[in-house]
Design a protein around this ligand. Structure first.
Ligand code: AKG
Length: 264
């Protein structure tokens, strides 16, 4: 399976419309890949909180349209990263879109863990409440977004739902780059799954981005890692390695579920 992670430079010097056109053309250039992955909130920037309201789109808005077309033009599965979604009957959501090679929406995932503690996304957006997996030829994707990476129980839920390849678009800041790499490897090792984690480059809303998108195999080996700037990270991997790893080192079978706190 060939995957291309598009680590997009997101900065205020480029308008959302220009970036959307540019990204669509980069996706088209990936014809021949099986899967293309974009980062979190690459239209506005994950930290451009003050722009979320004005940049929010309905699910089937301009980014949806452009990415559906780009996926079908390239004939690839496209995890189009996330958009600030305006639900006509509810709040904003940080929503990821996955398209099939014919340009149909295969899945939408509303980010469950919102970042910012008592400000930013955590107060401006609603929380999703559904785990999402997507069946591709050869593997099942489990999707999560950025801050979700810190919550191992979400990934265990995805594994229980059949996920073998964990795809994580992000807008992770440079300040915590070490956590990004460490957690991507941890999620791969503990879940015996591939991890494809695609971040942004550049600086937006004054927050330098980590870049360093990463692909990790089910044994925890880093198959590829980007640098800090805009980059297309292309990697070939064998999805069959998940079953082999889980069979040869069956730690997932030793999980002890339903543990309770000690009685006092
Ligand atoms: O957890 C982190 O350090 C970064 C999370 C984040 O930036 C986000 O979810 O947008």
């Amino acid at each position: 399976m060939r995957a291309s992670l598009l680590q997009i430079d997101v900065n205020e010097g480029e308008s959302v419309e220009s970036r959307r056109l540019r990204v669509a053309s980069l996706v088209r250039e990936q014809a021949g890949a099986d899967l293309v992955v974009l980062p979190e909130l690459w239209t506005t920037g994950a930290f451009a909180y003050e722009d979320f309201g004005s940049a929010a789109e309905p699910l089937e808005g301009p980014t949806y349209e452009a990415m559906a077309k780009a996926a079908s033009d390239a004939g690839v599965w496209l995890h189009a990263g996330s958009i600030p979604e305006r639900d006509p009957d509810g709040p904003l959501y940080n929503t990821s879109l996955v398209f099939s090679p014919s340009g149909d929406l295969a899945a939408a995932y509303r980010k469950i863990h919102r970042f910012g503690f008592d400000k930013g996304e955590a107060v401006l957006m609603g929380a999703g409440d559904e785990l999402v997996t997507v069946r591709l030829p050869g593997t099942t994707l489990g999707v999560a977004t950025c801050y979700d990476l810190r919550f191992p129980e979400l990934f265990r839920g995805l594994v229980d739902a059949g996920a073998e390849t964990l795809v994580i678009p992000a807008g992770w800041p440079e300040r915590r780059r070490a956590h990004w790499t460490l957690l991507a490897q941890a999620r791969a090792v503990e879940n015996q799954a591939f991890v494809l984690a695609c971040g942004t480059a550049g600086t937006h809303a004054g927050v330098p981005q980590a870049g360093h998108s990463i692909v990790v195999d089910p044994w925890g080996e880093v198959l590829a890692q980007a640098g800090a700037g805009e980059q297309i990270l292309t990697v070939e991997f064998d999805p069959g390695k998940v079953a082999v790893t889980r069979d040869q080192f069956p730690a997932l079978k030793d999980r002890m579920l339903g543990l309770t706190a000690p009685r006092r």
